[in-house]
Design a protein around this ligand. Structure first.
Ligand code: ADP
Length: 241
């Protein structure tokens, strides 16, 4: 299967702090990768290097087989959805306008039918489309953010703790919805979380990180049945609690 993202000998140093010593990663088209690890283990750094928000100190990142340094970053980001915790919707734009908005993109005509379709996919009532973010619940805002991340049919969807700010019930609903959307679209998804239950439930493969190094990168089944080391074992124990 075609590899869509490759990290080759990636190192990231902030000042003198080596956050990622040497990371090699190969992600195939259509995988749903969850990235988990303690706070500060480098999860967000890895994600932000994929869309060029953070530049590695050394090494090469390839997207679709091409070095991202040789690609136009704006064009690259257009093909990537990005959803973060707390949704970050524009407060002065309505739901509809938020969904239609693509950063740094030439003005596009709002496709009303597409907006209706995506409202349905994320289980939002059509009547909400003219409301402002402040008139929505946290869970509804997060749904709009997911729809906005996917409406332009990105090849890759980056999600950084997208369900971190919602209550437990909404969180479970959103997990089920993103799984359903993934099964329908087969978009390649990279999903950062610190919740092992979430990582094992959603991922086709789970990337477990500690101090910028991979502890295990495997299917949820293999991680549960054959944890690679004590760090992974301890993490998996949380799944059973
Ligand atoms: P995680 O997402 O796993 O919590 P991060 O990728 O955000 O971890 O951060 C990894 C490490 O890099 C942390 O020790 C953090 O303090 C450090 N770090 C992140 N961003 C910066 C920055 N802009 N300047 C200096 N250190 C940073």
């Amino acid at each position: 299967m075609e590899s869509i993202i490759e990290f080759k000998d990636i190192k990231k140093v902030y000042d003198k702090n080596i956050v990622i010593p040497n990371l090699n990663l190969s992600i195939k088209k259509g995988e749903f990768i969850t990235i988990i690890g303690t706070s500060g283990s480098g999860k967000t750094t890895v994600l932000k290097m994929m869309n060029g928000l953070i530049e590695p100190t050394s090494g090469m990142i390839q997207i679709h087989g091409k070095d991202i340094k040789k690609q136009n970053l704006i064009q690259l980001r257009r093909k990537m959805g990005y959803v973060i915790q707390g949704s970050m919707l524009f407060p002065h734009l309505t739901v509809k306008q938020n969904m239609a908005y693509v950063p740094q993109l030439e003005k596009k005509k709002v496709d009303h039918q597409l907006i209706e379709e995506w409202l349905q996919k994320v289980q939002l009532d059509s009547s909400l489309k003219d409301k402002y973010p402040s008139e929505l619940s946290g869970g509804q805002q997060q749904r709009v953010a997911i729809a906005r991340g996917l409406i332009h049919q990105p090849d890759i969807l980056l999600m950084d703790e997208p369900f971190g700010a919602v209550d437990e019930i909404t969180r479970r609903q959103l997990q089920d919805e993103i799984l359903k959307i993934y099964q329908q679209t087969k978009t390649t998804i990279l999903f950062v979380t610190h919740d092992i239950k979430e990582a094992l439930k959603l991922g086709t493969r789970v990337l477990i990180m500690d101090q910028g190094t991979i502890q295990q990168f495997d299917t949820p089944e293999n991680i549960v049945q054959a944890p690679a080391n004590d760090y992974v074992k301890r993490l998996v124990l949380h799944n059973e609690s």
